[in-house]
Design a protein around this ligand. Structure first.
Ligand SMILES: Cc1cc2nc3c(=O)[nH]c(=O)nc-3n(C[C@H](O)[C@H](O)[C@H](O)COP(=O)(O)OP(=O)(O)OC[C@H]3O[C@@H](n4cnc5c(N)ncnc54)[C@H](O)[C@@H]3O)c2cc1C
Length: 498
């Protein structure tokens, strides 16, 4: 296994559970890739990448690998989001009834009812999507996943196809009237990177439905607690993890590490970014690389150590539990994306704040808080200058953005750590700063991810692939790791029989 991101570790666990000898090589001394937590300041644990776990809680992987027995426990984040607007806050809870109440209070009965209808309409569709995420994206796999949905459709598939393929913005305008609700949901739908007016983003919007099926969560001890549990389980199953000695060269039958050791293997799985896999295979065909939608960055994050939680002017119950969404309008979202397309850092980007220390006292001393400020869209390659040139001004911009919604925030700041797209690339090998590895756009999903010929986890030159570069894409899920393990085991059984 090349790469100890969470997908690689999930794959390694399933392979070891099936009785194989598994060795994981990781170039970093920190395991978990973008699912890791480190002591960023003395006594303060801070995530390096992800914070909120949504998808993995729907896969069943945590239960199948019995990760709770090796120390993993989650804090449910319910309410999962609060969206702050002038004079009002919209509160999204897992219980649909309470979400209905909040929308009714702020936006009125029409939108509250429309939200419930939206959730009810998209729930079976999301369940079909979830089923498709747990399988290789073959024609048969996709048919099996979406078949139950097709049977419910009486009017042929036309209307269903339209609703899947349309933009998030179009669905919002079709269903709702209040701009604050539309903005909150548009900002949520943008979290995988695709902009809400783009064709095919309606399902991204509908991922809100998942939060009503099960609350998203944060592992106690930080996002990296998932990685620690996976490593512990893998070691119990006889697997080995080698940190700080990554692969330098790979083939279908061996991995040579940086220290020069050669490990022969019946199967090699690469769980790195697909561009890294190509580097390790010595494939430097520019035309092949150009087909991959690596993009030009996606977002960046400011980690702030404070002596208080942000005191939002529109205080509501549980506002520090989940995502705190600071987007004033859909125009603000569109402008940020437009500036990104033109190669600039947005002047007034929408923000998504999280405060993990509010619900987990193991992360920092009692009088300290970690405030995570995520923002989009930030280009890896700026039209002018470098990220280091604007590091201080960007840090201040994000602090001021939170301070506008929560006056006094700026004076609570004790220390900051900005992770620009360039930093994300250098620290975690997130090429081009894309936290999803490849763009999560329709032309790069399912059987098209990373490219049509490698989409079934059988990659170039006989090497297997998993991770965010493969179906079902980025985010904390583990699904590609489990599916890749199934493919490897099937192929090894076939080879033995032949
Ligand atoms: C700042 C940030 C915030 C995020 N927030 C969220 C969130 O809240 N919720 C969510 O669901 N998702 C979030 N994400 C996205 C999510 O974390 C990632 O998409 C996901 O973790 C990718 O996992 P992976 O296992 O596929 O790959 P990665 O985590 O990219 O792991 C790949 C591994 O391969 C290793 N590697 C590279 N080269 C070599 C080599 N030569 N030899 C050996 N190993 C090598 C890397 O060091 C790395 O450990 C966030 C990401 C970032 C960066």
């Amino acid at each position: 296994m090349v790469g100890a991101g969470h997908n690689g570790l999930v794959c390694a666990c399933y392979l070891a559970r099936a009785g194989l000898d598994v060795e994981v090589v990781e170039r970093d001394t920190v395991l978990g890739g973008a699912v890791s937590t480190i002591e960023r300041w003395p006594g303060v644990q801070v995530d390096r990448g992800s914070t909120l776990h949504v998808m993995v809680r729907h896969t069943g992987i945590i239960e199948e690998l019995q990760l709770e027995d090796v120390g993993l426990s989650y804090v449910d984040t319910d309410p999962w989001a609060v969206s702050f607007h002038e004079g009002a806050a919209l509160r999204f809870t897992t219980g649909l009834e309470r979400t209905w109440q909040s929308i009714d209070e702020v936006c009125g009965r029409h939108d509250a009812d429309a939200y419930v209808q939206f959730v009810e309409r998209w729930t079976p569709r999301m369940q079909a999507m979830l089923a498709s995420f747990d399988r290789a994206p073959t024609v048969w796999g996709l048919t099996r996943s979406f078949w139950p949905l097709g049977r419910r459709v009486r009017s042929g598939g036309g209307e269903l196809a339209r609703e899947f393929l349309t933009s998030a913005d179009h669905v919002l305008d079709e269903c709702f009237t209040d701009d604050r609700l539309k903005t909150a949901l548009a900002w949520w739908s943008a979290q995988a990177g695709a902009v809400p007016h783009e064709v095919g983003t309606a399902p991204m919007l509908a991922t809100a439905v998942l939060m009503h099926l099960r609350a998203p969560g944060r592992p106690r001890g930080g996002s990296g607690a998932l990685t620690r549990a996976l490593v512990r389980r893998l070691e119990q199953l006889g697997g080995v993890v080698r940190a700080g000695d990554g692969a330098e060269l790979i083939s279908s039958g061996s991995v040579t590490t940086r220290s020069g050791e050669r490990i022969d293997a019946r199967a090699v799985v690469s769980a790195t970014h697909v561009l890294t896999t190509l580097d390790l295979l010595g494939r430097h065909d520019e035309a092949e690389r150009a087909r991959l939608r690596v993009g030009n960055g996606l977002g960046m994050v400011l980690r702030v150590l404070t002596d208080a939680l942000p005191a939002y002017t529109c205080a509501v119950d549980g506002m520090h539990t989940g995502m705190q969404m600071l987007a004033g309008s859909r125009d603000q979202i569109r402008r940020a994306h437009a500036e990104f397309l033109a190669g600039g850092a947005p002047a007034a980007p929408p923000l998504l704040v999280m405060t993990p220390t509010a619900t987990d006292d193991s992360l920092a001393p009692p009088d300290r808080h970690v405030v995570t400020v995520w923002t989009q869209w930030q280009p890896r390659q700026l039209r002018r200058g470098s990220w280091d040139d604007i590091r201080d001004e960007q840090t201040q911009l994000l602090i001021n953005g939170v301070d506008r919604a929560a006056p006094g925030f700026a004076s609570s700041v004790q220390a900051t750590h900005l992770q620009t797209p360039a930093d994300l690339e250098h620290e975690m090998d997130l090429r081009s700063g894309n936290v999803m590895h490849l763009d999560m756009t329709l032309d790069s999903m399912f059987a098209l991810r990373p490219l049509p010929e490698w989409s079934r986890h059988r990659g170039p030159d006989g090497v297997y692939l998993c991770g965010a570069s493969t179906h079902p894409g980025g985010g904390v899920s583990g699904a590609s790791g489990r599916t890749a393990a199934e493919v490897v085991l099937r192929d090894l059984r076939r080879r033995r029989r032949a």
